[in-house]
Design a protein around this ligand. Structure first.
Ligand SMILES: [Ca+2]
Length: 121
């Protein structure tokens, strides 16, 4: 076992840097969609400072989406940089989608972004 507590910075793993629907930064993205629309979820352009390989996951958090008994949605291609979902006919006030991107560094690190899709009335 090595007792080096502070590995040299260039050897330390760093979190993936995410681009969400073309937006850099860490804040949430927001958009508005009507029932029947297909909402585009796009993480292309995301990078890793260490050049690690990245794995993508998009999740819908129905419990955060508000309304009475919020409905769930199926995210297509939810394990790829380009995903999407169709807004159901009976909509929640919003859909809270979380992007999780994990690198293959040691230890593996995950970065998160959120997109809030407001249901148009
Ligand atoms: Ca990394």
């Amino acid at each position: 076992m090595q007792w080096t507590l502070t590995p040299r910075r260039e050897r330390a793993n760093h979190n993936p840097v995410l681009v969400l629907n073309g937006m850099p930064g860490r804040g949430p993205a927001e958009t508005t969609a009507h029932a029947g629309d297909v909402v585009r979820l796009d993480a292309t352009g995301s990078t890793d400072p260490n050049g690690n390989a990245l794995t993508y996951r998009w999740r819908h958090y129905a419990e955060l989406s508000g309304g009475f008994r919020p409905v769930d949605v199926t995210i297509e291609r939810s394990d790829t940089p380009k995903a999407g979902f169709k807004v159901p006919g009976i909509t929640n006030p919003s859909f809270q989608i979380i992007l999780e991107v994990t690198d293959n560094g040691e230890p593996a690190l995950t970065s998160y972004r959120r997109i809030i899709v407001h249901a148009a009335r």
